[in-house]
Each structure stands twice: as structure tokens, then as C-alpha cells.
Design a protein around this ligand. Structure first.
Ligand SMILES: *Cc1c(COP(=O)(O)O)cnc(C)c1O
Length: 399
């Protein structure tokens, strides 16, 4: 059996005709930039998040950049976020000229450790940028309290968390701006790149709309340097078909996650993701494989960060990698989100972080493994993933 980490095949066979019709409608309309599909999507998406304004743009990365710019964050400013995320979270901060400051994650839910934020605040701190990683919502009650107390802006990175709630409200409705991605593997995926920002603040929504179109409030009047960052009408038409299905897909992700949990509960070698959150939308189901001390203290590990390194070198160092290789041999594709934390990426050598500075984050990077999860995965496929994991721990030997 082959189990992919993510697959659109079944989704396409379920909604293929609607998607094709939407594509043809746009193609024949001749309205490829802006227009009714885009307007319809923005309205529907804002409603789905529970805010009055959504502005679409070209990607989740652009959504973050546009949000930061609209909040006047730039050179000299610091933005607190976490290093255990996709690179774009920090990249956007750097691209507007500000400095990302990384706070340790909570090893139980893999999210920014709210208790550790306050000690990272300096007179230059302008904003907090929490990431609802893997579809798990950050505790926005606590985070917003902290932000208000310290007079900080809040930009939510909701790229992996479309349709996720925290305490009854949707993520993207708490902070000053919510930033979403419609990259195909996200909870709500387009057939290409796409993104959106959400806000309750009308002035902010106007500024973001202008920034996304060359800083142009009026045709050919440019009041600031902006971007060419629009959602194509074609992508909007795809998203218009998919948005009403999001809630059902998330319900399926939730039941897939609880099935994994049930099937894996006796496997002592792995640690399951935190379970007490009914609102986790499970964009990823990320387990941990406890590393051995020898995986950790090796000077080899210290050397590979900040250097050009081969895939082989990375793979030579942990039990997690051993499990992943064995699963690959059995036809099961898993993914490591993310093997190198952002603060240790070669591109961020300039920030001066060193190995050991964010130990929880670094440990997670060596231990996490994302099992195949998408709304259409079958119970047979899940059972095969789990029996393969059990079989590997029982019958293969870790070197
Ligand atoms: C995917 C992702 C982004 C960037 O979104 P794109 O649409 O790929 O630009 C940003 N942050 C996180 C956490 C992501 O997972």
C-alpha cells in the first residue's frame, strides 16, 4: 500500500465538476484580475472568520508582509515570534526591515510559550506574531492580555489554521490582523498560491488593500511603495467552491486525528500531540519520537547547523529519521515540519543565535514527524500507517 502525506485525488473526484465549471466560468468571463469572484470570496471569507474585513492577496507570506507594513512595523522594530514554524513567519518580519525575536515553544503543544514572551520584550518590541501551528490554536485570551498590557500589536499567523477556533471564536479574529495562506496543502487550499488578511479595523483594511496593489488608493496615484499581490480570479473561483466545505473537512481531520490517537496510544516509543483541545483543526498530525542522548550531544549536530549540509548528514542523526526511512520503505510518506528551526537557518546566521539557545525548539526539530493526514484518508490507510509503525519498532533495529 502507498500512503501519501497529502492527496487531492479523492477531493478532485468529489468536487471536480464544480471546480471545472468555476474555472471555465472565469476563463470565459475575461475577468482575470479582481472582479466578482474575488469580491465574493473576500466577503465569504471575512464572514467565515467572523470579522467585517478580509483582503485577499497572493500568498500567506505576502499576507504577513502586508499586515506588518500596514501596522507601520519596520526598521528598528522587533517582532516576537517563534522559531518553530515555517520560514516565512520570520522572513516576512525581516523583509519589512524589522527584527524577528524568537521565543521558546511549549513542548506540549509546539506553540509559542506565552510565559516566556514577557522577558523577550524590549523598548523596541512593536508586535507579537503568534503562529497557530499545525492547526493548533494559540491561547489567544492570554496572548491578547499580554499584548494589551504591553501595548503591542498582534499579527496572527493563521496559515495552517483556516477554520480553527479558539474558545468559541475563529483564529484571525483576535489580533489586529489575521494572516492566511491558501497554499494547496493548507486547510483551505487553492489550486496554486493565495492568501488573505482579516481584520476588524476598517482603516487597516483599506491600508492593506492599497498596499496589496502598489500602494495605490486611486488609479495611478501611489501614496506608498506597495506590492503586486492579488488573488487571481481563477484561484478565488476555486476557493469559492471549497470554502463552504471547510467546516466538514475540519470535522474529518478531527476524527482522523482521534483515530490515530486511539490506534497509537500503546506505542511507548512515540509521544502523541496534546489532546485536550477540541478546537485543534489538525492541518498536521505531528508525533514525537524521543531522541536518544547520543542524538543530541554529538558535535556532529552542532556542526551541521549554519553550514551547507547534505541530506545524508541530517538523516544520520536521530531515531525519528530512522523511523521515517523505514516508513518510506513501506510506502508511507511522512514529512518533517521542520528539520531546522528558523533561528539556526543559514540565512539567519546574521541574528547570532547559537545551538542550545532554544533547546525545546531544537529538540522538537529532531523529534517531530508528521503522519499522513488529509480529509479523505481512509481508515485502511490509517491502520496501515499505524501497523507499520508498530512493526518497525518491534522488528527493526535502531542502529
Ligand atoms: C504556509 C505558511 C506560510 C506562508 O504561506 P504561503 O502561502 O506559502 O506564502 C506562513 N506561515 C506558516 C506557518 C505557514 O505554514
Amino acid at each position: 500500500m502507498h500512503v501519501p502525506p497529502f492527496s487531492l485525488n479523492k477531493q478532485l473526484s468529489e468536487i471536480g465538476p464544480q471546480l471545472e465549471e468555476a474555472l471555465l466560468r472565469v476563463l470565459r468571463s475575461g475577468h482575470y484580475i479582481g472582479g466578482s469572484e474575488v469580491e465574493h470570496f473576500e466577503k465569504g471569507f471575512a464572514e467565515s472568520v467572523g470579522v467585517p474585513f478580509a483582503v485577499s492577496c497572493n500568498s500567506g507570506t505576502d499576507a504577513l508582509i502586508i499586515a506588518l507594513r500596514a501596522l507601520d512595523i519596520g526598521p528598528g522594530d522587533e517582532v516576537i515570534t517563534c522559531s518553530f514554524s515555517f520560514f516565512a513567519t520570520a522572513e516576512a518580519i525581516t523583509l519589512v526591515g524589522a527584527k524577528p525575536v524568537f521565543v521558546e515553544v511549549d513542548p506540549h503543544n509546539y506553540l509559542i510559550d506565552i510565559q516566556k514572551i514577557e522577558s523577550a520584550i524590549t523598548p523596541s518590541t512593536k508586535a507579537l506574531l503568534p503562529v497557530h501551528l499545525f492547526g493548533c490554536p494559540v491561547n489567544m485570551d492570554e496572548l491578547m492580555k499580554l499584548a494589551h498590557k504591553n501595548n503591542l500589536k498582534v499579527i496572527e499567523d493563521c496559515a495552517q489554521a483556516s477554520g480553527t477556533k479558539w474558545n468559541g471564536d475563529f483564529v484571525g479574529s483576535f489580533g489586529d490582523v489575521g494572516c492566511f495562506s491558501f497554499f494547496p496543502t493548507k486547510n483551505l487550499g487553492a489550486s496554486g498560491d493565495g492568501g488573505a488578511v482579516t481584520t476588524k479595523n476598517k482603516m487597516l483594511s483599506i491600508r492593506m488593500r492599497q498596499l496589496a496593489v502598489h500602494g495605490m488608493p486611486k488609479r495611478y496615484v501611489h501614496t506608498e511603495i506597495g506590492y503586486n499581490s492579488r488573488l487571481d480570479a481563477i484561484q478565488a473561483s476555486i476557493l469559492n467552491v471549497k470554502l463552504p466545505l471547510l467546516e466538514g473537512w475540519i470535522e474529518r481531520r478531527k476524527s482522523i486525528a482521534s483515530k490515530y490517537r486511539e490506534l497509537l496510544k500503546d506505542v511507548k516509543e512515540i509521544q502523541l500531540p496534546m489532546s485536550d483541545l477540541k478546537d485543534h483543526s489538525w492541518n498536521q498530525f505531528v508525533i514525537r519520537i524521543k531522541s536518544l542522548d547520543k542524538d543530541f550531544d554529538s558535535s556532529e549536530q552542532k556542526e551541521y547547523f549554519h553550514q551547507e549540509h547534505t541530506k545524508q548528514q541530517i538523516e544520520s542523526i536521530s531515531k525519528r529519521d530512522w523511523l521515517q526511512n523505514n516508513l518510506t520503505e513501506k510506502g508511507i510518506s511522512t514529512i518533517i515540519y521542520y528539520p531546522i528551526p528558523i533561528h539556526l537557518q543559514p540565512a539567519y546566521k546574521c541574528l547570532g543565535y547559537t545551538v542550545g539557545q532554544l533547546p525545546q525548539t531544537e529538540k522538537l526539530s529532531k523529534e517531530v514527524l508528521s503522519l499522513p493526514i488529509f480529509p479523505e484518508i481512509t481508515i485502511d490507510e490509517q491502520q496501515y500507517v499505524v501497523s507499520s509503525i508498530k512493526d518497525i519498532f518491534k522488528n527493526s533495529k535502531y542502529p
